[in-house]
Design a protein around this ligand. Structure first.
Ligand code: NAP
Length: 417
């Protein structure tokens, strides 16, 4: 691959995907990394420090990530005069897996949303957000440790498809006229309505649920819950539920069982090794995450439900500051911090690198480097226990010492088991 302004780093190899869809990871994979804007460079440095130390320790020096700096957002404007240069997309397509810090999407000026463009260009159809509690972090819940869920949110369809027309526009008027004159919905539609369309396809829903069930099987989770609002939107949300059950039956009959079957044929206890497929209406699910979080495991959701649910789940364990995320398709995966660029803290070496670091942990798990991944989680737990933490955690803990982002990274390294 030749780039306009990038030079491939020496000493590494590309991750590839086999014909059967399996990831082939060399000992020294090249991983493109977008440090990001604002606080991005600070947390990216701290993240690389911890990941490199963990990988070195748990491979006895046999493995190493060869980081490949690529650009998007403000740093790309100064280098390329483009917020998402072709070089960056080419590098991610060549090396398959990437890590990304937060990016500023400049307001106005006709800029595309960077995250939406990345998802579309790379067909990253599943937004994956694990939510777990770290002992010692302030939480509004009595038992935050009961929350341990992974949310698979569909990333490309639903009301996010961007099919919308403003009140009074010729397009809105045309649709309203069509619906009134040809579809028989005259009574329900006001002429001063804005119009939005919510497409949800069988293909889009099934591939998301497929990824969620495969993850549940791989990681030995107990259940996959389809979260929907099918009682109101029968042919989109209701169909999501139906397609989810169909997919489980068609492709994972030996590995799954429905909640209904568990009660009908197994006295309420799932047979060993079978993942229970269940569904909940979205509003009920918001109660469940507060009242009975330990009864849920992997959630599979359409786009809008998942957006709300991910943040609500993260709030129960102490907020978004430490919530990791990933956007995963069949070909590529981009792991990313879920917070923004917090520009007021830029270049102060101050903020918590936890979200990007734990996204890096997800990336290591995705590569199959699970020992290094697990050790980083233990390192974070140790650092929190030592109470030498960044300002955001320090202000929620009694007797904590506030340290810089880089010092917090060293504290995590010191606590790698
Ligand atoms: P933000 O950057 O997430 O910051 C909001 C607040 O969250 C901060 O002021 C800080 O709170 C806290 N925070 C965020 N990251 C933190 C960290 N690593 N450690 C500790 N605290 C942290 O949200 P914003 O100010 O609304 O957005 C700023 C820019 O980020 C915008 O340009 C937006 O477009 C962009 N953005 C990008 C992404 C992305 O790339 N994925 C996502 C969201 C927003 P305190 O001040 O209370 O300490």
């Amino acid at each position: 691959m030749t780039y306009e302004k990038l030079a491939t780093p020496a000493g590494g190899e590309a991750i590839t995907i086999s014909r059967s869809g399996k990831l082939q990871v060399p000992a020294r994979p090249i991983i493109p990394m977008i440090d990001g804007d604002g606080i991005g460079p600070d947390i990216a440095r701290a993240t690389r420090r911890v990941i490199d130390a963990a990988v070195e320790r748990y491979s006895g020096g046999q493995k190493k990530i060869v980081w490949f700096p690529v650009f998007a957002g403000e740093s790309a404007i100064s280098k390329y005069n483009d917020i998402l240069p072709k070089d960056t997309l080419d590098a991610i397509k060549t090396y398959v897996v990437a890590l990304k810090g937060p990016l500023t999407t400049p307001v106005g000026g006709g800029f595309r949303s960077l995250n939406v463009t990345l998802r579309q260009e790379l067909d990253l159809y599943a937004c994956v957000r694990p939510v777990r509690y770290f002992r010692g972090v302030g939480s509004p819940m009595k038992k935050p440790q009961l929350m341990d869920m992974v949310i698979y949110r569909e990333n490309t369809e639903d009301v996010y498809a961007g099919i919308e027309w403003e009140k009074g526009s010729p397009e809105a008027a045309k649709i309203i006229d069509f619906l009134k004159t040809q579809m028989g919905v005259s009574k329900k539609l006001r002429d001063d309505s804005g119009i939005g369309i919510k497409p949800m396809s069988e293909t889009g829903c099934k591939r998301l649920v497929r990824q969620a069930i495969k993850y549940a099987i791989r990681t030995k989770r107990r259940s996959v819950t389809l979260v929907h609002k099918g009682n109101i939107m029968k042919y989109t949300e209701g169909a999501f539920r139906q397609w989810g059950y169909d997919l489980a039956r068609e492709e994972f009959a030996d590995a799954t069982i429905t909640e209904e079957d568990v009660h009908k044929s197994h006295g309420g206890t799932a047979p060993k090794g079978r993942i229970v497929i269940k569904d909940r209406i979205a509003d009920s699910m918001f109660q469940q995450i507060l009242l009975r979080p330990d009864e849920y495991d992997v959630l599979a959701t359409p786009n809008l439900n998942g957006d709300y649910l991910s943040d609500a789940c993260a709030a129960t364990v102490g907020g978004l500051g430490m919530a990791p995320g990933a956007n995963i398709g069949d070909a590529y995966a981009v792991f990313e911090a879920t917070h923004g660029t917090a520009p007021k803290y830029a270049n102060q070496d101050k903020v918590n690198p936890g979200s990007l670091l734990l996204s890096g942990v997800m990336m290591l798990e995705y590569l199959g480097w699970t020992k290094a991944a697990k050790s980083i989680v233990r390192g974070v737990q140790g650092a929190i226990k030592s109470k030498r933490v960044t300002y955001d955690l320090a202000r929620q803990m009694k007797g904590a010492t506030e340290v810089k982002a880089s010092e917090y990274a060293e504290e995590i390294v010191r606590h790698l088991p």
